[in-house]
Every structure is written in C-alpha cells, then in structure tokens.
Design a protein around this ligand. Sequence first.
Ligand code: SF4
Length: 370
Amino acid sequence: MDFYQVFQQHTWDEIRESIYQKTSQDVIRALQKSGKRDLEDFKALISPAATDFLEEMAQLSHRLTQKRFGKTIQMYVPLYLSNECQNICTYCGFSFDNKIRRKTLTEEEILQEVAVLKRMGYEHVLLVTGEANQTVGVPYLQKVIRLIKPYFSQISIEIQPLDQDEYEILVAEGVHAVLVYQETYHEEDYKKHHPKGKKSNFQYRIQTPDRLGAAGIHKMGLGVLIGLEDWRVDCFFTALHLRYLEKRYWQSTYSISFPRLRPFSGGLEPKVEMSDRELVQLICAYRIFDEEVELSISTRENEIFRDNIIKLGITSMSAGSKTNPGGYVVEPESLEQFEISDERSPQAIASVIQAQGYEAVWKNWDRLLQ
Ligand code: SF4
C-alpha cells in the first residue's frame, strides 16, 4: 500500500471536523503524555482549542528540540538555476502563463553565483528549478551537481518530481536531500491550483516521497503551501504522510517546512490567512508530535518572526536568499519566484542566532562519510 491509498482512507471534511472538535482536555492530554504522540494528539495540538496553551507548547517544544538537536541552527541557501516552467500554478511567479523572460543559468553563470555563496560562508546549497524537462531535466542536473560538488559539503534539490530510477541517478551523484511539497492535500482544489502541466497529476505528486524512499534518499522534505486551504487540515495530512514515511522508509530522515503564501507579480491572495501565533502553534505542534523531524524556516518570514522562533523548535534556516536565477550576481533584476521578507545577510543572521546562545552551523555532514 503506498501513501495515496492511505490518504484515500480519510476525507477532508471528516478530518476538519475532528480537529475543530478537539477540546482543552484533549490538548492537556497531548501535552502531558510521555512518549510518542499520535495523530489524535497532533490534531489537538493544531486545533483552535490549543491556542490557549501556546506558552506550554512553546516550552515543551523548546525542551524537546534542545534535547535532540542541541543549541544549533543549520544554515542553507537556495540557488535558483532556472525559471523555465511548463506548469501553470496559480500561486507562482514562474507559472507558464506568466509572461516573463525565461532564463536557465549556464555553467559559467552557475560558478559566478557559487563564488558569491562561498564568500557568504555556505556549505549547504539547495538547487531550485521550475519544471521544464527539456531544459532542466536529469542530464542538466547531473552536470550541475558535478560542477558544484567540489564547493559544497551538502547538496539538496527542490525540482520537479521524478521517477524512482531518475532519483537513483541523482542520489548516486551525491544529492543529499530532496524537497517536494504537496502544496495542498485537498485533491479537488489541488486541480484548480494546477490546471496545466505534469504537476496537475495529484496522484503522481503525492506518491513522490514513496519513490524517493525507494530510491534510498538520505533526507526528504515535506510541506504544504499555507494559504491555499485550511492549514490545519493540510498540516494534519502532512503529519499523516510523515508518520507513514518514517515507518516505511526508516533509513531516511525528514524535514518539514511551512511556507506561507507570499506576494509575487500578478499573484494570488491567500484563501486562508495564518497569523504569526498560529504559525508558532504549528511549529510547536510538529515538534511535540515528532522529536526527530527537522523543522526549517526560510526568508519568506519577516525578521521579527524569525528572530523569535529560533528557540522554539526550528533546526534550519536560510539567509541572504535570492529567489531568481542569477539573483546573487548574474542577473539580480530578473523576476523573483516570490518576495523575500527577511533581507539580512547570513552574517547578520548568524549574529542573531549567537546572541540567543545558539550556534549557526554551516556544515554538519560530510559527503566523504556517506
Ligand atoms: S511552483 Fe514550481 S511547478 Fe509551479 S509554476 Fe512555480 S516553478 Fe513551476
């Protein structure tokens, strides 16, 4: 049974109702439990009833995170390779129907961008592309990975979903982690947000982590785009997915991100707004639910929020990011995928992390040890 079959055993409306029916007693039970929390506990922790327990949740999340990860924050940076995309996604600046100049970096341009990232101190890079198999398919990615491997100890990718054998090729090239966000688990509305291109195939996308697990990936990243649908239900399905994957592909490790929909040129307004307090609640809920999972926050979030979330459960952060191909030096004016909210330099972020008694870690893993 793959995850799509597990997913089909639940309906959106039933899950929604059961989350909204959780009471203070359910939240207290989840907080006081010793040992692993289950999915009913997670529902209670993300429910409206838990908003009165934010302080207790934050303290517990802080303790559990320090116990497992110490006082460290891993640093990573995205490198956008291309804005070419054959999909229409209603929330993205790179969508096929958005009339922008398309660009894919050449090897020479990639090396220019890499030089800037190295001067910033980065050892962990996240390669990002749109979905354009002719231009940025597996052969292009193989070439890029070979080109930049000497400069980074960790290479992650956020690209189009691939078949298992294609992932196996990239794992053999040295890819450490693959991030593949479901965007939303609301199957009907997923189709409205992805009307054209390969991404419109909900089933292929939701089965992607299964193919990654089977391909032996070291780490995979999950998440939804918060703002498309009711975040509580979408995040329940993310937690369900995580628990399924951890049991089935126990050799892999996992991370979760919680991007909130950000403005972009000609963009979509969020259907559901999530407040800062609710995002804190969600981050703490994920940590209490799962002590092992890495939790990552990007520069989509603003300075004040990012500064305050460091101690509450986060384990990795980006800084100094550009979300356009060539954004660091080659073509800084090209269209961004979404607007950055925290524009401080990596060194400024590292100082903020240190001021809170934490260490900014640039390199925690070495390919030679793989
Ligand atoms: S979200 Fe990804 S697949 Fe969709 S338009 Fe943007 S780059 Fe393309």
